[in-house]
Design a protein around this ligand. Sequence first.
Ligand code: HBI
Ligand code: FE
Length: 289
Amino acid sequence: MSADGFKSGPPPGVRADWTIDQQWSRYTPDEHQVWMTLYERQAKLLPGRACDAFLKGLDALDLHRGGIPDFVRINEELFRLTGWRVVAVPGLVPDEVFFDHLANRRFPAGQFIRKPDELDYLEEPDVFHDVFGHVPMLTDPTFGDYMAAYGRGGLRALGRGQLHNLARLYWYTVEFGLLETAQGLRIYGAGIVSSRAESIFALDDPSPNRIGFDLERVMRTPYRIDDFQQAYFVIPSLQALLDATLQDFGALYDRLEGLPDIPIDAVAPGDKVFTHGTQAYAKAGGRAA
Ligand code: HBI
Ligand code: FE
């Protein structure tokens, strides 16, 4: 078993890089309908909530046409825009495989789609979370560069045993990041934008903290994997996110080794505070409530 719990090597029928054929023609009408249901829910909700780069990417890739997108079709436009491609995988893949794909501008997307009774929450990233949630932002050149830089950083962090810090960076930006704009806070994180309830909670609810993005601060902050976040971090621009990857991570990791985590619901000295949350949702037990 490797570090992240995978048996060595991919399962039968899965290529050495853990990719599979999407076999788009084998999706059933019911599976396409799940995509359309989820798509229509989010497409109604996101104008005024998702950032411009996301909405522009959604249009550019024409993801609403006819259900689950054919990766071959969206890759033509995506590759032309930023050199990125979507590749199909059976589910979560080992960290080093994941980072190598990102470093080479290949986004691993789950080939399966959730069942009709799982519309609101599922364990593993399915094709809706990955393609609707993550891929539109990859049409933005700055964000596309950030994701490739993240992949290279992930490979380096793995080598140093620093993955847990870098996973926090991914979680609080790529999955649950907010962007400051002249019209107010907007969503760019895939985990938010692919979830109806969290698309509302992340911007409107008084419960979570909303704090200005700082690389070291994010890397010291644990995150929730099973419920809405108790903290969201706000970047001033996508360029600022890319610039953050240009610093010397080695010195940062050395500093981090001597520093304690910051409690998930805390506002820390030096934080730029957009919202000092009540944490009422988490205190009431969250999703379990
Ligand atoms: N695999 N398919 C897939 N998708 C992910 O988002 C993913 C993964 N493997 C590892 C992983 N994410 C995380 O461990 C990294 O983000 C740190
Ligand atoms: Fe994701």
